[in-house]
Design a protein around this ligand. Structure first.
Ligand code: FAD
Length: 375
């Protein structure tokens, strides 16, 4: 029987980064993925790095989002240094463009909301915004600079994280589906992978929106897929330096000249179909924000499944089964939250305490609700 200090289910950016952090701390780590690792949400993502809450319900995420953003330079340096691969990290800020008739009032509200949660946001005159980003529409009524935000090429990051993990001693097993956790009484003794039992002192579930299908996990991680349709555009004489936002779309630059435009948010199960309506929404939003994109080539279209949760907040930390931890449910913020997630799981496993309060994200909030419902 194979034996490890830590067995991780799921080789997306979350499982990959956790495996790297634990191997760097001297632990013997195994990472299992049912396919080639890194091909799901972490591949499909846009790679925006922003701790700003998209809804009031996501305000509890801001403190760990800010901590994660602060860890990013060090995280990227480590991953790029070990892997010798680039990640396309661009900590250049983002610009939000407002188009509504009452854009002035909206500007004050958006800025006040950001300042209220301790995030930087500055009004920009539209001419200044267009000087920084000439691709922006002349129809824009107001603009906001969020200087501490940025983006990363998530596909490049994913590849670099896996290379760095392997070079640091992580044993990565592709085409290895985790069927269930291996329970021994009140303890988790590891994972059942295919027909094989894998023994581990610690077990981490990081299988994204598929986590609930692993037997023994659903009560702690009732994750659901939230589909996102997205596309890559190129050309049209346009170059952008920073992430550009409007109410309807985001545009994300890549170092190879592609501009990522997305994304829909659809709660329709495990469905990855590209639809005419989804593509129309993305294209209309993109051309409104940067009209020159009307001449761009549509280079690639795809859809991915975000790991969403009943309260849209991540599920992080130990369960009431000894040795079993959950790290999933990052919904729209998994790339932003990768460094802090890896750090917190490593701290818990090596020190049994964490440096940032994570109680709000405990897997027990759902396990308790499941028990109450069945009583
Ligand atoms: C269109 C889109 C745009 C996004 N944009 C952003 C953004 O701009 N910024 C941001 O921060 N986040 C964004 N996200 C969200 C972010 O991509 C996710 O939160 C993050 O990638 C989740 O990573 P993960 O490792 O948990 O899951 P995944 O990347 O989905 O990885 C899960 C892994 O588990 C494996 N697996 C599943 N079941 C099993 C099993 N039984 N056994 C073994 N392995 C298994 C899968 O094969 C997969 O490799 C976006 C997501 C999408 C889809």
């Amino acid at each position: 029987m194979k034996k490890f200090d830590v067995a991780i289910a799921g080789g997306g950016v979350i499982g990959g980064a956790i495996s790297l952090e634990l191997a760097r701390a001297g632990l013997r780590v195994a990472l299992f993925d049912r396919q080639i690792p890194g091909q799901e949400a972490s591949w499909a993502s846009a790679g925006i790095l922003s701790p700003a809450p998209e809804t009031a319900g996501m305000i509890p995420l801001v403190p760990i989002g800010k901590t994660s953003m602060a860890l990013y330079p060090e995280f990227v340096a480590e991953v790029e240094g070990i892997s010798e691969e680039k990640t396309g990290y661009r900590p250049k800020g983002t610009i939000q463009a407002l188009f509504s008739r009452d854009a002035r009032a909206e500007l004050s509200t958006v800025i006040a909301l950001h300042h209220g949660v301790g995030l930087k946001a500055e009004p920009l005159r539209t001419e200044e915004a267009r000087k920084l980003e000439p691709a922006l529409s002349e129809e824009m009524e107001a603009a906001i600079l969020r200087p501490d935000e940025g983006c990363i090429d998530n596909r490049a990051l994913m590849s670099a994280v896996l290379v760095a993990a392997r070079k640091s001693g992580v044993e990565i097993f592709a085409a290895s589906e985790v069927k269930s956790i291996w329970r021994e009484g009140s303890r988790c003794a590891g994972l059942v992978v295919g027909e094989e039992k894998i023994a581990a002192q610690w077990t981490v579930i990081a299988a994204g929106c598929f986590s609930a299908s692993i037997e023994g996990v659903g009560g702690y991680a009732p994750v659901q897929p939230a589909k996102g349709q997205i596309m890559a555009l190129r050309g049209g004489g346009l170059k952008i330096e920073r992430v550009l936002w409007s109410e309807n779309i985001y545009l994300v630059p890549r170092n190879d000249g592609r501009i990522i435009a997305g994304a829909t948010v659809e709660n329709i199960g495990f469905d990855r179909k590209l639809t005419a309506g989804g593509m129309q929404k993305n294209l209309e939003g993109a051309i409104e924000l940067a009209p020159g994109l009307a001449n761009a080539q549509i280079e690639e279209t795809w859809a991915g499944l975000r790991p969403d949760t009943p309260d849209h907040l991540p599920i992080l930390g130990p369960t009431d089964v000894e040795g079993l931890l959950i790290a999933t449910g990052h919904f729209r913020s998994g790339i932003v939250l990768t460094p802090i997630t890896a750090r917190l799981i490593r701290e818990w496993i090596t020190l049994q305490k964490v440096s940032v309060d994570w109680d709000r994200f405990s897997p027990l909030r759902f396990a308790q609700a499941t028990r109450n419902a069945s009583n």
